[in-house]
Design a protein around this ligand. Structure first.
Ligand code: MG
Ligand code: ZN
Length: 463
């Protein structure tokens, strides 16, 4: 405990330090150099230490603000976070797109790079479990949509952000009810045949932006309960369209854009939906003064991997990369936005064994038509980006983002994570468990399963 007198001395010293710093900056003898910034930061720490002592709080605030104004350091914390997920995007997928695009991607504009472990309760994750890890901070069984292996609903970062008054948005090139987007706002024990339940769950949220496919799941003629969710959305103040261009330059307050009945088409037929939707969504969400949290998914990169098709992968990768470019344009101009780009898992065991940089040609090979356990790359740009360098776990996306946005992490989730930090994998009793897999079978819906039989895979390998 600090002695009262000591606190006073500290407070006085801090005040002097700030006064000196402020003066130095003002008269230009020491401009906003490293030294003055360091002195100022030390002073702020000292003030925090004595905050409960003699100086009235208002006065301390004024003094801290003075320091901030004088040295103008980069904000350490973002006001907004844009989380971009390339589904199935491994390092080779990025490399293939780089080769095909004359050796340059928007991804290279992100200044911080790291690696992320993707395992779920199984060594090889699916998109539902990995999105759940990123959205809730908890590892679960494959196929689970924001639920744990005991059947508990897990609070998602979108729900927590909403509750704190931030704006939220979800943009994807799959159906909006598909595993990755659904894991950020819905809770289902398995990912297959739950589209109508997921769209009904969306109606109970205050998410400002939802864009992707899956229109039929909102229409009364395709619902047993006969609810017309489109009408209900419009009643709730949403602008509902089926083309992102429909609103022109107008920036609605809330917007749902459903571009396809079920899954949107591949890039060639779909066109520039994802970059346009990313751009539009940032403008809508930026209307909220409290900041926003937004998820953008390039969903079909994964489907290119399942199809073992380099062209498919490259088209989807370049579309996703252009969307990354749009998010970065916004973040660069805004200065308070953190952009995180990563993947939920690698798909295909993809590698490049031949090709030409000059011609932009890629000769790709695949070890499988399913996901692999390989770590995925992670990029970050903006305030707080440094937190995402090094090797991190997929659950860290949740913990680090919550911390940076000052969102409350549920106590049990934090405790479970601390236990893993202390005890390592031994703390994860459900690791490699197959119980839920057996209960639900392996039918998790489109974009999930092996499309080739094991025998065919063997034949392909021998070719
Ligand atoms: Mg997905
Ligand atoms: Zn997949």
């Amino acid at each position: 405990m600090l002695h009262k007198g000591y606190g006073l001395v500290l407070a006085t010293l801090s005040f002097v330090a700030i006064a000196l710093t402020t003066m130095a900056v003002k008269v230009g003898t020491v401009d906003a150099s490293d030294t003055s910034v360091r002195v100022a930061q030390n002073s702020v720490e000292h003030i925090n230490m004595v905050e409960n002592e003699e100086i009235p709080k208002e006065e301390i605030r004024t003094r801290i603000d003075t320091v901030k104004v004088e040295v103008q350091p980069t904000p350490a914390r973002p006001k907004n976070i844009i989380l971009m997920i390339g589904d199935g995007m491994g390092i080779t997928h990025i490399t293939a797109a780089t080769i095909a695009n004359k050796n340059k991607l928007h991804l290279e504009r992100l200044t911080t790079v790291g690696l992320m472990k993707t395992f779920s309760n199984q060594l090889i994750t699916d998109s539902a479990a990995s999105a759940t890890a990123m959205a809730t901070g908890k590892k679960t069984y494959n196929g689970a949509i924001a639920m744990d292996s005991k059947g508990n609903k897990l609070k998602t970062i979108v729900e927590i952000a909403e509750k704190k008054g931030l704006a939220t948005g979800i943009v994807t090139t799959s159906s909006v009810t598909h595993a990755t987007p659904a894991s950020f706002y819905s809770h289902q024990p398995k990912r297959s045949r739950i589209n109508r339940e997921v769209s009904a769950e969306f109606m109970t949220k205050k998410i400002e932006v939802l864009m992707g496919g899956g229109k039929r799941y909102f229409l009364s003629k395709h619902r047993k309960d006969k609810r017309d969710l489109i009408k209900e959305l419009e009643k709730n103040g949403y602008t509902v369209v089926d083309d992102v261009d429909d609103v022109g330059a107008k920036v609605p307050r809330k917007m749902v854009c459903l571009i396809a009945d079920m899954q949107p088409k591949g890039y060639r037929q779909r066109g520039d939906f994802l970059p346009k939707a990313t751009d539009k969504a940032t403008k809508i969400l930026d209307r909220d003064k409290d900041g926003f949290f937004m998820v953008v998914e390039g969903a079909q990169i994964d489907w290119g991997g399942h199809s073992r098709n380099s062209k498919f992968i490259i088209n989807e990768m370049l579309d996703f990369d252009r969307s990354v470019g749009k998010a970065l344009d916004f973040a660069e101009a805004d200065g308070e936005t953190l952009v995180i780009v990563t993947s939920d898992h690698e798909t295909g065991g993809y590698s490049i064994n031949e090709g030409s940089l000059k011609k932009g040609e890629v000769g790709g090979k695949f070890t499988d038509d399913y996901h692999t356990a390989t770590m995925v790359p992670l990029y970050a740009y903006g305030p707080g980006a440094e937190a995402f360098s090094g090797t991190i776990d997929n659950t860290d996306i949740f913990f680090k983002s919550c911390k940076l946005l000052d969102l409350e992490i549920p106590a049990d989730i934090l405790e479970a994570r601390k236990k893993i930090d202390r005890e390592g994998l031994d703390a994860t009793t459900k690791l490699d468990s197959t119980d839920i897999m057996e209960a639900h079978g392996t039918d998790f819906g489109s974009g999930y399963g092996r499309r080739f039989s094991k025998e065919k895979n063997e034949k392909e390998k021998k070719k």
